[in-house]
Ligand binder design. Structure first.
Ligand code: C2E
Ligand code: MG
Ligand code: MG
Length: 602
């Protein structure tokens, strides 16, 4: 019986040109002890033997190289003792001139009448070429399984495996092991804009740069000056492709954890250098997370998770890199919870809208109401918008939340109006993502249409930074809304780019001066906070815009504002954001806000 699979695939032709095209069958007969009783001419020719060299000798001693003897003999013995057929054995034969040929043998025992094995008849074919090809393919397969096809770098599973063994070695030697997770920041945008091929070209170029950078640094760092006998960091430092747009760098045997930081700094610089070839006009940037064992984690999974958390923080840091610390992890866990829970918040009815009055600067009566999203989670409690709005933008649920707030605000305003409580304008915050989406116009018009609220009683608040993400698209969307009569205001004015020239394009009619302009400069108490405020108000006035001050908290701030000639105020001094039912009460009372605390009307 033949063993299954390609192990027994015979080779046709192959021994040399003389016999090419003809199948060469080798044959030998051995007695019960394994002594050679017969070898055919083909076998003798293959090995360069004469029959007298072989006759009567133990076949495996002459034919088989010592290191393979045990295995081959055991396989042949099995064939003999099984007595029930043919066994297939692959045996490397050592020829008389020292070459090795691999022969696939089929061994059949000869039995006497009593069923005892009297010897073995073996026929074989030379499969040397085929086994070489098989081994080459297997090596290739091993390389493919452990390396990234595009960059030729080790892949993530190889990295994880190496990290595991370096961590054990580091523990024994009492040394730190650093990992860097290097994210190519704008790669996804490049792929979207220029296609997959350009993206791959960039990844390959960056892989080379990062590898060169790590190689070069390995020779210069204190770790490379380890005493003789210590692991050679030149070989041990490793760069791998971790994901589509991330590389992982392994820095074992660190003398100082700070070496990982120096390394990260060099990588940030090398990635930021201009690209070459067809992408020469591009510049990428890297965000790097650094984690160093044992302090930041002592197993591969924890260390890599912490590096990923630090990488996320690195994206937002000025230096483009952050070393892991525990607070980052807590922050990341909280963030993860919000990411999971936020998409469910709308379905579960956990979101609501609060309204904060804007009061007329002269009368302190309500002239507008800013709608602000509120999220009450059954376990997390009140999650502030500064926490969940940026996450909503990142995970792509801001449009739904924005629409919920818009519908709710417009519906309430229409209701208050039809209840005879006057024409109060509602302001709704709009994020960058919504601004570049043309469907915003349709949604706004539909809301107004459904409720009958006149367009001029709806104000949309945008921040400068949101409007600048895609200034062209924002200008188109806002321009269209303004033409329909909707008011546009610029929120947190003075904190963004403050590119006054752009305000005109954005169809803005109101600016809301950020509350930071009302605060004392703690670092510089002598500075006159009024001077900057005055400059900003004057700027708005000169552009013919309505000017509102946000975040008015104290009477002292109000006094300062009263000399500036603003149109309206908004802040805790007058009212905190409150539920719609409370607004209904305030509108019914129709009196100056803040008066109960004795605020003087200017
Ligand atoms: P914002 O649009 O500038 O809203 C004003 C924020 O300042 C509100 O914070 C408000 O409660 C707070 N504030 C008002 N008066 C005072 C004061 O006198 N002192 C202090 N310290 N703060 C005051 P809130 O509600 O936490 O919202 C924060 C930010 O979240 C908003 O800033 C806005 O950017 C964003 N946001 C809230 N709701 C939404 C929404 O529905 N959509 C979008 N895209 N963003 C929203
Ligand atoms: Mg606002
Ligand atoms: Mg604001």
């Amino acid at each position: 019986m033949l063993a299954e699979g390609p192990r027994c695939r015979p080779e046709t032709g192959g021994r040399d040109d003389r016999t090419a095209g003809r199948q060469i069958v080798l044959a030998m007969i051995t007695d019960a002890d394994g002594r050679l009783a017969f070898a055919n001419g083909e076998l003798l020719a293959l090995g360069g033997w004469r029959w007298t060299d072989l006759s009567g000798r133990l076949w495996h001693e002459v034919l088989i190289a010592p290191e393979h003897r045990r295995r081959v003999v055991r396989a042949f013995d099995r064939a003999v003792t099984r007595k029930d057929g043919t066994a297939c054995v692959e045996a490397p034969i050592r020829t008389s001139d020292g070459r090795v040929r691999v022969v696939a043998w089929m061994a059949t025992p000869s039995l006497d009448e009593a069923g005892r094995a009297t010897g073995v008849t073996s026929v074989g074919v030379d499969v040397t070429r085929w086994t070489e090809e098989r081994d080459r393919l297997a090596a290739e397969r091993d390389f493919d399984a452990s390396h990234d096809r595009l960059t030729g770098l080790p892949n993530a599973s190889t990295f994880r495996w190496r990290l595991g063994s370096e961590l054990s070695a580091g523990r024994r030697a009492g040394r730190s092991t650093g990992v860097l997770l290097v994210a190519l920041d704008r790669l996804r945008t490049v792929v979207e804009a220029l296609g997959q091929e350009a993206g791959e070209q960039l990844v390959a170029e960056m892989a080379e740069r990062v590898s060169d950078c790590v190689q070069a640094a390995a020779g210069r760092t204190p770790s490379s000056m380890l005493p003789a006998g210590a692991a050679d960091p030149m070989n041990a430092w490793m760069v791998a492709r971790w994901s589509d747009d991330e590389f992982a760098v392994l820095l074992p045997g660190l003398v100082f954890p700070e070496e990982a930081v120096y390394m990260a700094r060099s990588i940030v610089a090398t990635v930021a250098a201009p690209c070459t070839g067809s992408t020469a006009h591009l510049r990428l940037s890297a965000a790097i997370g650094i984690a160093v064992a044992p302090s930041d984690g002592d197993n591969p999974a924890t260390l890599m998770r912490h590096a990923a958390v630090a990488e996320h923080a690195g994206r937002m840091s000025a230096e483009h890199m952050v070393r892991f610390e525990l607070s980052l992890s807590q922050e990341a866990e909280g963030r993860l919870l919000i990411e999971q829970q936020l998409p469910l918040a709308l379905e579960r009815g956990e979101l609501s809208v609060a309204f904060q009055p804007e009061v007329d600067a002269a009368s302190h009566r309500i002239v507008g109401l800013e709608a602000l999203a509120r999220w009450h989670h059954p376990v997390l409690g009140e999650v502030p918008p500064v926490r969940f709005i940026p996450i909503a933008e990142e995970i792509g649920v801001i449009a739904e939340i924005g629409q919920f707030v818009l519908r709710s605000a417009v519906r309430h305003a229409a209701q208050w109006r039809s209840d005879g409580l006057g024409d109060v304008r509602v302001a709704v915050n709009v994020s960058a993502h919504q601004l570049t989406d043309r469907s915003l116009v349709a949604v706004v018009l539909e809301c107004l249409d459904e409720t009958g609220l006149p367009a001029h009683l709806l104000e949309l608040e945008v921040t400068e930074s949101a409007a600048m993400v895609d200034a062209q698209a924002a200008a188109e969307v806002l321009g269209e809304l303004a033409r329909q009569g909707v008011t546009i205001s610029l929120d947190d004015f003075g904190t963004g780019y403050s590119n006054i020239g752009k305000l005109h394009n954005l169809a803005v009619s109101t600016i809301k001066i950020d509350r930071s302009f009302l605060l004392e400069d703690e670092a510089n108490p002598a500075a006159d906070p009024g001077a900057l405020l005055h400059a900003v108000v004057t700027l708005g006035r000169n552009l013919g815009l309505r000017v509102i001050a946000e975040g008015v908290e104290t009477e002292e701030q109000l006094h300062r504002l009263q000399t500036q000639g603003l149109d309206a105020y908004q802040g805790f001094l007058f009212s905190r954001p409150v539920p719609a039912a409370e607004i209904l009460r305030l509108l019914r009372e129709d009196r100056p806000l803040g008066s109960e605390s004795g605020i003087q009307i200017a």
